[in-house]
Design a protein around this ligand. Structure first.
Ligand code: FES
Length: 154
């Protein structure tokens, strides 16, 4: 007795033919690539997640965390990105970290505040130094109490 293989075409309701498998694989690949591009672009247009959220009790940061003559990324009480500056020991100033060009999050870089999206540069007072940003970074009201930086005026 011998068994011979028969080459009957595979038929299956619900199965995908080869062409459909290839088309669907291509769509998945395009979708994954698009998601990656959106994620890469979207990250710079949203507030930075690098800055610590406001601590419980309302403190945005401790004064001791802000370098004298320097800046620290933080978030305000609403979770919006801000930059805390300590131009002289014990004096804290806050600026919005939302770039006035297209709202990317500006970050301290040495003695400058730099926007990663299109290269606007601000000085440590928030004034424009270079780049396409049309106006300075606005000040945000903060005050110091017992070594903590708190939102709002004193
Ligand atoms: S969003 Fe900051 S330079 Fe364009």
């Amino acid at each position: 007795m011998s068994v011979t293989a028969q080459s009957t075409p595979h038929t299956c309701d619900g199965c995908l033919d080869r062409r459909e498998v290839l088309v669907r694989a291509g769509l998945v690949t395009v979708g994954v690539a698009a998601a990656g591009v959106l994620a890469a672009c979207g990250g710079s247009d949203t507030p930075s997640d690098d800055a610590p959220a406001a601590a419980s009790g309302g403190a945005l940061a401790q004064v001791s965390d802000i370098p004298v003559g320097g800046a620290l990324s933080a978030k305000d009480a609403d979770g919006k990105p801000i930059i805390l500056l300590q131009p002289e020991a014990g004096t804290v100033v806050a600026l919005s970290a939302v770039c006035t060009h297209q709202s990317c999050t500006v970050a301290p870089d040495g003695d400058e505040l730099v926007c990663p999206c299109h290269g606007s540069v601000y000085d440590l007072t928030g004034a424009n130094v270079s780049g396409p940003a049309p106006s300075p970074l606005p000040e945000v009201d903060v005050h110091v109490s017992n070594g903590a930086v708190l939102a709002g005026k004193a």
